[in-house]
Design a protein around this ligand. Structure first.
Ligand SMILES: [Mn+2]
Length: 317
């Protein structure tokens, strides 16, 4: 059941808490984990709180590192799943498997009616914004590190305030976090720092994108990924380089590995791309979604493009 009150109650009742997010954690996932941990520890010093998973190493110096937690601790803890709507995408599967009790806080489109309490706001720009709002409502204090963590998630998931559901609300939350010590200039500087490899990837994307039926896309196979010296997961980082081109309301990246498992990202400034992601077993948000497909080939790529084209055709805006 979608219940903010039940989620807050479960946090208040727990002595030990383990917070987990999704595979390939991003700023919102890591920021939600760290911001929530900071708030719980600050307001309830007697509770033990841990964040598991790989986090975002780029920010470990400023915001904090992840915890290593044995099974025994998880068995005696409340598990909080953040920024995640599909248990299979949970980065540390021990949490859903072993935790004494589970709750979830998220902003992705609801695909499963979980049997445990959850609080989902599909309209929120980020899980961090939801958490910051809860903390403010509850009058729970957070430290400067916690404020930075939550600001990071709002900034990254909104694509630096480009995709925002409610500007007055989100700017107010961001201002509140700044008052508590968040440093936008520091967070932005760390995020904007780029490697030469990434510059080369951008150059590659700008010269090798393809276009079809209103969709711009970049397809990289294993050898191209290797040549560029990047990770298969870089699609998320590069996708907006080929986005927002007039006449092409949908854009996508297809990054394929040697086993032909393909990580696909979709974005749009007008159309629903989540329908297509969900058709292939993925999900996300209305205009920012993704899916990982095994045994990928060009037929699948063409079918996906056709699906996206249909979305444009049938909902012409
Ligand atoms: Mn998110």
């Amino acid at each position: 059941m979608n219940s903010k009150a039940e989620v807050i109650q479960a946090i208040k009742e727990a002595d030990s808490i383990v917070i987990v997010g999704h595979i390939r954690p991003d700023g919102d996932c890591y920021g939600s984990q760290m911001g929530l941990k900071d708030a719980i520890q600050t307001n309830f010093p007697e509770k033990k709180v841990y964040c598991v998973g790989s986090g975002l190493p780029l920010f470990f110096n400023h915001i904090g590192e992840m915890d290593v937690v044995p099974d025994e601790v998880i068995k005696n803890s409340l598990g909080i799943i953040v920024d995640l709507n599909e248990i299979e995408r949970c980065e540390d599967q021990r949490v859903p498997r072993l935790a004494k009790k589970l709750i979830q806080i998220d902003h992705h489109i609801i695909m499963f009616d979980f049997k445990f309490p959850f609080y989902v706001d599909e309209d929120a720009c980020s899980t961090c914004a939801i958490i910051a709002e809860i903390l403010e409502d509850q009058k729970w204090k957070i430290t400067e590190k916690g404020a930075n963590a939550l600001y990071l998630g709002i900034l990254t998931d909104s694509a630096r305030f480009e995709y925002v559901d409610d500007f007055p609300k989100v700017f107010r939350i961001a201002a509140y976090l700044c008052q508590l010590g968040a440093k936008p200039e520091v967070i932005t500087r760390i995020l904007s720092a780029s490697s030469e490899k990434f510059l080369q990837l951008k150059g590659y994307a700008l010269t090798h994108y393809r276009k079809k039926k209103g969709i711009i896309y970049l397809h990289l196979n294993a050898s191209q990924i290797k040549k560029l010296g990047i990770k298969q997961s870089y699609g998320t980082a590069i996708i907006n380089t080929i986005g927002n081109v007039n006449g092409y309301p949908i854009w996508a990246t297809f990054f394929e590995n040697e086993e032909h498992t393909c990580i696909i990202e979709f974005r749009s400034n007008k159309y629903n791309v989540c329908n297509t992601a969900m058709k292939y077993g993925g999900g996300g948000h209305m205009m920012a979604a993704g899916v990982t497909i095994k045994n990928f080939d060009l037929n699948i790529l063409n079918a996906i493009i056709e699906n996206l084209a249909k979305e444009i055709r049938e909902n012409k805006k």
